[in-house]
Design a binder for this molecule. Sequence first.
Ligand code: PEP
Length: 258
Amino acid sequence: MGRVRSYLIAGNWKMHTLRAEAVDLARRVAEHARSVPAVRVMVAPPFPWLLPVAEALAGSPVALGAQDVHWERKGAYTGAVSPEMLKDAGCEYVIVGHSERRQYFGETDETVFRKLQAAISVGLRPVLCVGETLDQRQAGWTLKVIRRQLWGALEGLTPPAAFTIAYEPVWAIGTGVPAHPEQAQEVHAFIRAEVARIWNASVGLHVLYGGSVTPDNVEGFLRAPDVDGALVGGASLKAEAFCTILDIAQNLSAGRSG
Ligand code: PEP
C-alpha cells in the first residue's frame, strides 16, 4: 500500500456555524494555511455554506469538503445532495460513513459502499470513517469491527489512485476522551494491512485519526508511524485551535520522510 507522507488535517464542522461565522472561520484558516505549506488542509462546512466558504477559500491551498453525499446522480431524493452537485460547488473531498451518519441516519456498510463508488466516479476524494463503539472495544471486537467496515465499504470498488480513511473510535468523538496514540497506531497499522488485502493495489493511502483531537494532544497522534493526519471536529470550529494544530503538523513534517 503506497505511503503518503504529507499530513492531511481536516476539519469537520458538523451542524455548526451560521453563514458569517463559517466565512470568517474559512478566511482565517485560508490565511493561516499559507504558512504551513507541508500540510494538506481541508474543511467540511454544512451544505448551505459550501458556496460562500468556497469563495472565502479561493486562491488558498485549503481544500473544500462536504460532510455527506448521496449515491445517485440525480432524482427524487428529497433533501439529498449528489456527488456532481458537490463537485460543482467546488468540493474536492467528501466525508463518507461518519459514525454520526451511521448512528442517527441509518447509514450502513452497503450505503457507505454506494456513496464511495458514486463519489469516486465524479472525481471526489472520499474520507471513509470507521470506528468501534465503547461496548465493542470493551468486548475485544475492535479489529473485527474495523475489518467488517473496511470490507463492506471497499470490496468491489475499483481502487482509486489515492484514498483517505479516518479511524474514529466512536467513544472518542466529541467526548473529550481521545484514544491513546498507541491504540490509534495499532488500528492504523491494521487498516493499512487490511486495505492492502482488499485492494491488492498501490493506493496512496492517508489514514487519519479522529476523536477529541486538540492542540494539546495532536502531536502524540502525528508522531505515530501510521498516522497521516487528523480529522478534527470540535477544535476545527475555533480558528486559533485549528491553526495551532496545523502549525504542529507543519513542524513535525520535517521529520517525516521516505
Ligand atoms: C469528528 O467530528 O469527526 C470528530 C472527531 O469530532 P471531535 O474532534 O469533536 O471529537
